[in-house]
Design a protein around this ligand. Sequence first.
Ligand code: GTR
Length: 439
Amino acid sequence: MFWALFVAFAQVMGEGQQGWQPNPELVKALSQRRPDVIYDEAKVPPYTLPDPLVCLDGTKVTTPELWWKKRRPEILELFRTQMYGRAPIGRPSEMTFEVFDLDRNALDGKVTRKQVRILFTGKPDGPSMDLLIYLPNHVQRPVPVFLLLNFSGNHTVHSDPAIRIKPIWDRAKGQQVMPSEDTRGSSPSIPVEKIIARGYGVATAYYGDIAPDFPDSFRHGVFAAFDKLFGEKRPPDAWGAISAWAWGLSRAMDYFETDADIDARRVVVLGHSRLGKTALWAGAQDERFAIVISNNSGCGGAALSRRRYGETVAIINKAFPHWFCENFKRFSNREDEMPFDQHMLIALIAPRPVYVASADEDLWADPRGEFLAAKAADPVYKLLGTEGLPVQDMPPLNRPVMGTIGYHIRSGKHALTEYDWERYMDFADKHFKRATGKP
Ligand code: GTR
């Protein structure tokens, strides 16, 4: 009897609807605040996802060879031309690195700190990105490293007085300003000491060093330096800001390959929110990243666009017209016409481990849509001989699942928290087969 009821309940709930459920009070409050936005699961329209294992010409992908030779390049090209835009490929020949700080006894002697200026065009007056690197002294070199961009400048991630302060963008004014000393350590979303204690290095750079985050972005940063068409109309598949930031992450990887203290084969790229979208796109394109982590990346990141739950393609294209290429605007309110969806972005990372994380109160980012995208990437992970995602349904709160695809939904808001970091280090321990693990 109980069983029959359970089966009936499961059928009513529908595929993928079990496990975690959003707080009904929150759903109600958010729906009242934004009646134009779907927060109620019952209002999600029916949709069919494109099959990651069926090519545009109908060919079924039944072997890894077909995936690598035909379907993967095709999907990559779709995201390049229709969504994020096409960035210059590979390491710029004129790029140089300038290690302007090296302290092997930083943070009470436990850490090696390096600061490296990456001169994208080799010219000191051209665009440059400062990479701040902390490496543990107590583990054997070369060390695995977590790489992430930050929102407010390297000096905000830690109070270390040696971090060089560089101008940051004032988004309202569209100009660069010199931050004040008292903003050191003001945005502590990287638990440096905890990461070091677990035997990992961490490297970060300010995303605005690559390109500013406002609609007029294309006149500045790497766009101004690399776009041959600067001043003319940009092509509809020209790189958007997310593509530029992802490109910057690959340039950090170019540097890692030259640094004997860093294990460039064990670099985890991660990002939060818009920088989570960025991390996914960087990891999808650049196979040198060993593990890719999306923290609350939502629409345009890990969440399925077709669900239209929380932030939608139309909303994001309007609010952030510079994030994606012009072609992507055609899909505002026309999600069903997209020849791809975000599960295929995750699939591009296969067979490398990928972790998608959501937050219980972050319904704007559509936690269920993030889980379902990870799940819909699973057939590709399986085809390539990995474990994929070990569960069918969303796990309950704070119960991470870790196969080749990892997923958790934690309590709390849209943020990159210590809980998230701990899970990402657990995941890296598992995949890098490290026993050093927890202190
Ligand atoms: C929001 C945006 C999201 C997310 C977030 C963030 O305003 O709607 O897509 O990226 O910003 O980056 O913090």
